[in-house]
Design a protein around this ligand. Structure first.
Ligand SMILES: [Zn+2]
Ligand SMILES: [Zn+2]
Length: 348
């Protein structure tokens, strides 16, 4: 089979790999249809590591994907060959304390597809994975939409953790695919007023198109002052989706006393800091987001029912042989890219 290998920093090569075989009775063989390029994929592409996870070249990236079941193990009950699915790329152990308390996203023995040292990724024609990772999708759903379900599920999980409700005012700092997924999830959940920021004007345009009340670029004006003028008592919830110290500082300033900071963004550094006295005087709640928990099925339902339209987020499409071009585009934030989708099945 063909696969796209990260063979060196900033180098993706299409090569041949042995077709994977079913290992356990509850495994399925999936023919990959579409893969979204994630910020974390691009991080490995540029630097070869995220924290302690270091790429050993060559390595196959990709964890936002959809495919068609090709073969099922003898113990698979709920899936049949020919069925189309969206995939949760997390494989939890199923028996640690976290799994037992229904928190597979913080499983102590978890392995993640496309994570160095864990599991191979989806930028390949076939992948073997446990049945439990597969979520059937309706025929009406495109492969691209199904590949968007994983990032959207993180938006849904973030919204649920935040306890936002009708009438909430929210700020989303960072308007990339995850920030925009948070916006879509919040707007689908309840009527809310959303303020959004980003350094890239095309992303702000997208945020406004998808329903943000106000958007601002911190390079062009003081966004804390501008949002503060519109919401003099502060906002109820800030979703920090940039992973920067600057946006965490803005979040503390923007929140009203009793407000909630939801940390969604993944910083590229090891430590962040907070103004202790602001946190305490405002009695702020800080919530961290680790992937998602039980939000794949709700995200599929939100997309298939039409309550959320993810199509505008898929700004670019490539065949597998142009995977390198897709990574280069996303890495350079060029051409207004939000999400690049790689169509594996369309490979000529
Ligand atoms: Zn991702
Ligand atoms: Zn576990």
């Amino acid at each position: 089979m063909k696969a796209a290998f990260l063979s060196a920093l900033r180098q993706i090569e299409i090569g041949e790999a042995p077709e994977p075989r079913l290992a356990g009775p509850r495994d399925v063989l999936l023919r990959i249809d579409a893969v979204g390029v994630c910020g974390s994929d691009v991080h490995y592409y540029r630097t070869g590591r995220i924290g302690a996870a270091v790429v050993k070249f060559p390595f196959v990236l990709g964890h936002e994907f959809a495919g068609t079941i090709e073969k099922t193990g003898a113990g698979v009950r709920g899936l049949q060959p020919g069925q189309r699915v969206a995939v949760d790329p997390l494989v939890a152990c199923g028996h640690c304390d976290q799994c037992r308390s229904d928190r597979p996203n913080t499983c102590r023995n978890q392995r993640f597809m496309g994570n160095p040292g864990e599991l191979s990724g989806s930028l390949a024609e076939y992948l073997v994975l446990p049945e439990d990772c597969c979520y059937p999708i309706p025929a009406s759903m495109t492969a691209g939409q199904a590949a968007m379900v994983e990032p959207l599920s993180i938006g849904v999980h973030s919204q649920r953790l935040s306890h936002m409700e009708a009438g909430s005012t929210i700020a989303i700092l960072g308007s990339g695919p995850i920030g925009l997924s948070v916006l879509l999830a919040c707007r689908a959940a309840a009527d809310c007023t959303a303020y959004m920021t980003d350094l890239i004007d095309e992303r702000l345009k997208m945020a406004a198109q998808l329903g943000a009340r106000w958007t601002g670029n911190p390079q062009q004006g003081d966004i804390v002052k501008a949002i503060g003028e519109a919401e003099p008592t502060g906002v109820d919830i800030v979703f920090e989706c940039a992973g920067e110290q600057e946006t965490l500082d803005q979040a503390v300033e923007l929140l009203k006393p009793g407000g909630t900071l939801v940390m969604v963004g993944i910083p590229e550094f090891d430590e962040v800091s907070f103004q202790a006295h602001s946190l305490r005087r405002k009695e702020l709640t800080i919530k961290n987001v680790r992937r998602q928990n039980h939000c794949m099925a709700p995200a599929i339902e939100l997309v298939s029912s039409g309550r959320i339209n993810v199509d505008p987020l898929m700004t670019h499409h490539f065949p597998l042989r142009e995977a390198g071009t897709a990574f280069d585009l996303v890495s350079g934030y060029r051409d207004g890219v939000i999400k690049a989708i790689i169509h594996v099945a369309d490979q000529a």
